[in-house]
Design a protein around this ligand. Structure first.
Ligand code: NAP
Length: 301
């Protein structure tokens, strides 16, 4: 059974185009209408054939939709929803894929006070952006977290759950505030650390840039993959999930200071016991199917 018949995707970058490709593959009878603010992206989406129709305005895109998914940077969600508010059918469900949920829920409900809004976050992605970067299996075996507000109709939540399940995702419901705290640790803080380390190396005097790149296989290059993520998307994530990120950053700074002390005073047992704990976390991630066990992230040698 198809949970929706007419899907509109606003924002046809990595995530939006992956949703479109996944729907084409798994729910081919669903009609897909797309819109993106960037005319070059719209043109590319037409050339790739990932939507049935690509419109020049977001209003035209939502006209008879039964599901609208916003796949734009989190800071743009409210403005995009305001653009199409007057054209949105009363019974359409509005959702999104934003990496933070509280700020997006507030932005959407402020401009769409009467709409059925069910925010969502597929915890899947890559460091690439744009319509060419998407692929139909991006969400397969990954989690998609729905953060419905208290008054959300059960039937709407169920339809969205089935939609994401058909794209291959495992679906979980969560409170938006809790989501933002969990993702601050599992996603936002790691990105901040990667941006910092790569920035620090770039600023170093005495180590030429070519040496940093030449010897990057010592660990640095794994951070550069994360630090290559889209600058606009991540600027918006940190500004939107400010409180949770600052709280996690505070805890991280304290733990870093403790490690600094352990190194300074030669407390090898403290270092070893932490490193043993963290190695077990890696094992659990592999055991739960959230990564595969290939050595060196599966790189060919
Ligand atoms: P992306 O590849 O940069 O795609 C975003 C697209 O939205 C771009 O084509 C952008 O056009 C367009 N856009 C920006 N403002 C718009 C507006 N006002 N109206 C219509 N289109 C607009 O980014 P993405 O990685 O797909 O991220 C999209 C969303 O998914 C974000 O909210 C992000 O937090 C979330 N997300 C990302 C990941 C990930 O790993 N990347 C994972 C999970 C969730 P321009 O060419 O003008 O920029």
């Amino acid at each position: 059974m198809l949970p929706f018949a007419r899907l509109t995707i606003i924002g046809l970058g990595l995530i939006g185009s992956s949703v479109a490709r996944g729907v084409r593959a798994q729910m081919p009878a669903v009609r897909i209408t797309g819109h993106d603010a960037d005319p070059a992206v719209r043109k590319r989406a037409v050339a790739l054939g990932i939507c049935d129709d690509v419109t020049d305005t977001s209003g035209a895109a939502v006209l008879d939709a039964d599901l609208v998914i916003l796949c734009v940077p989190v800071g743009a969600m409210g403005a995009v929803a305001a653009e199409f508010a007057a054209d949105l059918p009363a019974d359409a469900i509005v959702s999104d894929v934003g990496s933070c949920k509280q700020s997006v829920a507030e932005a959407l409900s402020a401009v769409l006070p009467d709409a059925i809004i069910i925010p969502a976050h597929p915890v899947a992605g890559t460091e690439k952006s744009g319509p060419d970067a998407g692929f139909s299996t991006l969400f397969k075996g990954r989690w998609c977290i729905l953060t419905p507000p208290e008054n959300a109709p059960e039937v709407a939540i169920e339809r969205l759950r089935i939609f994401w399940q058909q794209l291959g995702a495992d679906v979980e419901l969560m409170d938006a505030r809790h989501h933002d705290m969990v993702l601050a640790v599992t996603s936002h803080l790691p990105h901040l650390i990667a941006y910092t380390i790569v920035g620090t190396a770039d600023d170093l005097e005495g180590v030429t840039q070519s040496e940093v790149i030449k010897y990057s296989a010592g660990g640095f290059r794994d951070f550069t993959r994360i630090a290559a993520s889209d600058p606009v998307m991540w600027r918006d994530v940190f500004l939107s999930n400010k409180d949770a990120v600052l709280e996690m950053l505070q805890r991280f700074s304290e733990d870093l200071s403790a490690l600094q002390r352990a190194i300074r005073y030669g407390k090898g047992d403290e270092l070893e016991s932490l490193f043993a704990r963290t190695r077990n976390i890696r094992r659990s991630i592999v055991e739960q199917g959230q990564d595969d066990d290939a050595p060196d992230f599966g790189r060919k040698h």
